[in-house]
Design a protein around this ligand. Structure first.
Ligand code: SAH
Length: 357
């Protein structure tokens, strides 16, 4: 495809982002029989066809007209790294407009779990995060989020049972597309993933935490907490100035009250910043009485930043101090240690590589 052809292709509407109902409406409007919509939807969301030509039980003329009106977002694999230790795969995908994103596929005892991106880059500016360095380029549409899951599933040759939206980007800063993605993923006539097996991770955009609580979508919500006080949190996460800790925690409580889903707090352990005995005490007080789980993540050093992780003994001691106070807490198992750049670093390395193709 040359550049003009590629631009033309992007003018067509992304069919993967459409709900079943929207697709039915479009098909009816174009004068086709209603059952065609079901067939097309099945090709897209059950059989994961990559082109309209693959939809062999549709008349040729319909396949052609679909191809003229719509496009199916397909991601190009730019780089794939596979861990020799545990089989974790990191994918660098090129979108149709040439932007690149990162996705990760991990194998746990309960099956495959996909970590996907929700934006190209991110505008939240968390101090330890590689995705923040170049800022936000654009939001991903629902189809591009679905395509990450579908393409990793194809690469693995196996069904993905869990999806976490913890790649690059802030999902609640791309709210409409996120909710659209969740509804399509949960549709029993399509992707049919249990919403309970999806985790959305946020830095704490209060109005959208509250909005998500009212969507009737039983996904797990994880808050990137990372500090036990407003003062310390602001130092690591600029967004904390806009949405202070008490407001964020209130919104998380509302999320739990309305969905009944236990809350997760992510806590990246940064040496000298947030893992002292005093921090453990403050953290325990902060979450007291909440039905929650704390996930400790040893910070991944990012080349451009000076943060370091505490040694293993310090992190274990911190966990112990929380456990002693009756808090459910785990240290996140590190997957793919041999290919493990920090979140967003595969993309970052690619963007700054003069030899990139
Ligand atoms: N915007 C969402 C998703 C981001 S990535 C959010 O803020 O939750 C998922 C998690 O990885 C977040 O908790 C994020 O703060 C954390 N993270 C980002 N960079 C990291 C790093 N270098 N080391 C450890 N955790 C990191």
């Amino acid at each position: 495809m040359n550049e003009t052809q590629a631009d033309k292709a992007l003018e067509r509407e992304d069919i993967l982002s459409m709900s079943r109902k929207e697709l039915e409406e479009q098909i009816l409007l174009s004068g086709e029989k209603p059952f065609r919509a079901g067939q097309i939807y099945g090709w897209l969301h059950v059989r994961h066809a990559e082109s309209f030509d693959d939809m062999t039980n549709l008349p040729k003329a319909l396949r052609k007209s679909l191809g003229e009106r719509f496009r199916i977002p397909v991601l190009r694999e730019v780089r794939v790294l596979t861990s020799q230790i545990d089989g974790t795969m990191k994918f660098l995908f090129a979108l149709e407009d040439g932007n690149v994103i990162e996705s990760v596929l991990m194998r746990y005892s309960y099956g495959l779990s996909a970590c996907i991106s929700s934006q190209v880059g991110c505008s939240m500016g968390c101090r330890f995060c590689a995705s923040a360095i170049g800022g936000r380029v654009r939001d991903l549409c629902a189809g591009e989020m679905i395509a990450q899951v579908v393409q990793m599933e194809r690469a693995a040759g196996e069904r993905i049972g869990h999806v976490v939206i913890m790649g690059s980007g802030e999902p609640l800063d791309n709210y409409e597309n996120l909710v659209r993605f969740l509804r399509i993923m949960g549709d029993p006539k399509g992707e049919c993933l249990s919403l309970r097996d999806i985790t959305v991770s946020t830095c704490g955009i209060v109005p959208n935490i509250r909005a998500l609580a009212g969507e009737g979508l039983p996904v797990t919500l994880a808050l990137s907490l990372h500090a036990p006080s407003q003062e310390k949190r602001e130092k690591l996460m600029p967004i904390a100035k806009k949405y202070p800790l008490p407001q964020v925690l209130d919104a998380m409580k509302e999320y739990y009250d309305r969905t009944g889903r236990r809350i997760t707090f992510e806590y990246s352990c940064v040496d000298g910043e947030n893992t002292s005995p005093g921090d453990a005490q403050m953290l325990a007080e902060l979450v007291r009485g909440m039905n929650c789980h704390i996930n400790l993540i040893p910070v991944n050093p990012v080349e451009e930043r000076s943060w370091r992780r505490p040694n293993r003994a310090k992190i274990e001691a911190f966990r112990g101090m929380l456990e002693k106070r009756g808090i459910s807490v785990t240290i996140r198992r590190e997957m793919g240690r041999d290919i493990n750049g920090a979140c967003g670093q595969l993309r970052r390395g690619f963007m700054t590589d003069p030899e990139r193709t």
